[in-house]
Design a protein around this ligand. Structure first.
Ligand code: ATP
Length: 462
C-alpha cells in the first residue's frame, strides 16, 4: 500500500471506529455506494449545512431557502433532459458480466473520452486492446440511465412513474414561478437548497466520493443575461471563500476551466473545483453558467410563462442562471483529508483532526481531572452545564486518565479540552477559580477563570 492508500484507509477506519461514517446495511453485508452518518458524522455534516445556510442565505438579502421534494414526476425530468440523457457509458466484462464505466477505463490508459459517442468509445476500447480489470474482453458500450426509478400508487401506467431526483437543482427550477408569485424577488436573486439526490452510479467507489445516495448544496442564482460574466467571477470568489472558511487545504484545491467540447451544450462557461484526494485530483464542486436553458425547457413543457419583468426598465425576459453546485459528502471527505494529521506529542505518536472549530463535531470536551473526588466532579459538571447551555455541541469525557482523553478528543477533532482540577477548588491557590484549557493542535495548556469562559469561547468559536 502506498502512502495515499494508507491515508485513505486510516480516514475510513477512523470514520468507522469513532462514529463518523458507517457503511449502510453493514449488518447484512453492506449496500454499495450508500453510507450512514453516525453520531459524530451527523454533527459534522449539520455544522457544515448550518454554515452554508448562514453564509449563502442568512447573511444575504437576495437568497431564498427551499426544501423541495425528493420524489419527482416524469414530466419535469423529461423537460430537464434527465429522462432522455442523464446516463453514463456502461460496458460489461464478457466473461464475468461485471460492469464498468467505459469512460473511466479509457481515462485510466490516458485517453480522453470527453465528447465521444458510445460507438466511438466501443471502437477506442477495441483499437487500444483495453481489457476489463480482470483481464477479459469487453462488450459494446451502452448508455445507462443513472436515475433511480420508482412508482407511485398501485397503477403501473406511465403517469405513475416517478424518480428520486438526480440533483437538487431541478426542484428549484420547477418552483421558480411559486417563488416569484409568493416572494416577489427582484433579479438578481438566488434560491438555495440542501438535500439528498440519487444516482445509480455504475461503480460507486472511493468511500463517500462516488455515492448512489448523496447530498448536495446548490444555488441557482437568477440574473440578467448581460451580467453573467461578472456574476460568474463573483460566485467563483464566493466558492473559494467558502472552501477556506470550512478549513479545506487551499493548496489542494484547483480551479479547472472546462473546455467548450467538454461542457454541457447549454453552458457557456463551467469551472470544476477539483481537490487532491488521496486517490487523485477529482471534482469537488462545479460552477456553471447555465444560460436560460432550464427555465426555457420547463416553460416549454409546462406551457407556463417563466419570465421576469423588470419594474424599472419594463423589460421582460427569461432570467439566466449561475449555478454553484457543491456536494456535501465530497465536502466532508475533503475536510477530513485536509484535517488529518499525525505527529509526536510527549514522546507518543498521535493522530488528530485539525478541524476548524466551526465544523468540529464537539467544540469543547469538559472533564474532571479525577473521577473519585466528588467536589471536582461536581464543579466540572457545573462548568459542563453552563458551557453546554451556551455552546451546544460540547461533550463530557471522564473515561480513563486525562492523557487518554486528550488523545481521544484529538482523534475526533475537538479543539478544546477543559479540565477542572484540584487547583480550581483550592482557595488561596493562584489558580483558584480557574480551569485548564488544552489546545488540540499544539497540546499547549493555559488557565482561564471560570467566569471568563463564556467570553473566551465566544471569541474562539465564532
Ligand atoms: P462526476 O463527474 O464526479 O460524476 P458530476 O459532474 O456528475 O460529478 P454534478 O452533476 O455537477 O457532478 O453534481 C454536482 C456536485 O454533486 C458535484 O460537484 C459533486 O460534489 C456532487 N456529486 C455528484 N455526483 C456525486 C456522487 N455520485 N457522489 C457524491 N457526490 C456527488
Amino acid at each position: 500500500m502506498n502512502n495515499d492508500e494508507q491515508l485513505m484507509e486510516k480516514i475510513i477506519s477512523l470514520c468507522k471506529t469513532r462514529g463518523f461514517i458507517f457503511q449502510a446495511g453493514e449488518l447484512y453485508g453492506g449496500t454499495a455506494g450508500i453510507y450512514d452518518y453516525g453520531p459524530l458524522g451527523s454533527l459534522l455534516k449539520n455544522n457544515i449545512k448550518n454554515l452554508w445556510i448562514k453564509k449563502f442565505v442568512e447573511e444575504r438579502r437576495d437568497t431564498y431557502l427551499l426544501d423541495s421534494a425528493i420524489v419527482m414526476g416524469e414530466k419535469p425530468l423529461t423537460a430537464s433532459g434527465h429522462v432522455g440523457g442523464f446516463s453514463d457509458p456502461l460496458v460489461s466484462d464478457v466473461k464475468t458480466n461485471k460492469e464498468y464505466r467505459a469512460d473511466h477505463l479509457l481515462e485510466e490508459v490516458g485517453i480522453n473520452p470527453e465528447g465521444m459517442t458510445i460507438e466511438q468509445m466501443t471502437e477506442s476500447l477495441q483499437e487500444n486492446n483495453i481489457l476489463s480489470p480482470d483481464g477479459n474482453s469487453l462488450g459494446e458500450v451502452r448508455e445507462f440511465n443513472l436515475m433511480l426509478k420508482t412508482q407511485l400508487g398501485s397503477s403501473s401506467d406511465s403517469s405513475s412513474t416517478a424518480y428520486l431526483r438526480p440533483e437538487t437543482a431541478q426542484g428549484i427550477f420547477v418552483n421558480y414561478k411559486n417563488i416569484m408569485d409568493s416572494m416577489h424577488p427582484k433579479v438578481p436573486f438566488g434560491v438555495a437548497q440542501i438535500g439528498k439526490a440519487y444516482r445509480n452510479e455504475i461503480t460507486p467507489r472511493n468511500f463517500i466520493f462516488r455515492l448512489r445516495e448523496l447530498e448536495q448544496m446548490e444555488i441557482e442564482y437568477f440574473i440578467h443575461p448581460e451580467s453573467w460574466e461578472s456574476e460568474f467571477e463573483y460566485w467563483k470568489d464566493e466558492m473559494n471563500e467558502w472552501a477556506e472558511m470550512i478549513g479545506l487545504d487551499m493548496n489542494k484545491l484547483h480551479e479547472v476551466e472546462i473546455g467548450e467540447e467538454d461542457r454541457a451544450h447549454y453552458s457557456e462557461r463551467t469551472i470544476d473545483f477539483e481537490f487532491e484526494y488521496p486517490f487523485g485530483q477529482k471534482e469537488l464542486y462545479g460552477l456553471a453558467y447555465r444560460g436560460d436553458y432550464d427555465l426555457k425547457k420547463h416553460a416549454e413543457y409546462s406551457k407556463t410563462k417563466l419570465q421576469y419583468t423588470d419594474p424599472q426598465k419594463n423589460e421582460t425576459y427569461t432570467p439566466h442562471v449561475i449555478e454553484p453546485s457543491m456536494g456535501l459528502d465530497r465536502t466532508i471527505l475533503a475536510i477530513l483529508v485536509s484535517a488529518y494529521r499525525e505527529d509526536e506529542i510527549d514522546g507518543n505518536m498521535r493522530s488528530y483532526l485539525a478541524l476548524t472549530p466551526q465544523v468540529a463535531p464537539y467544540k469543547i470536551a469538559v472533564s474532571p481531572l479525577v473521577k473519585n473526588k466528588e467536589h471536582i466532579v461536581e464543579k466540572a459538571n457545573e462548568v459542563f452545564g453552563t458551557l453546554k447551555a451556551e455552546f451546544g455541541n460540547i461533550t463530557w469525557d471522564d473515561n480513563g486518565n486525562v492523557g487518554k482523553r486528550y488523545r481521544r478528543q484529538d482523534e475526533i477533532g475537538t479543539p478544546f479540552c477543559v479540565v477542572v482540577d484540584y487547583d480550581t477548588l483550592e482557595e488561596g491557590h493562584v489558580d483558584f477559580g480557574t480551569v485548564s484549557i488544552r489546545h488540540r493542535d499544539t497540546g499547549e495548556q493555559e488557565r482561564i477563570a471560570i467566569s471568563d469562559l463564556s467570553t473566551y469561547f465566544t471569541n474562539k468559536l465564532s
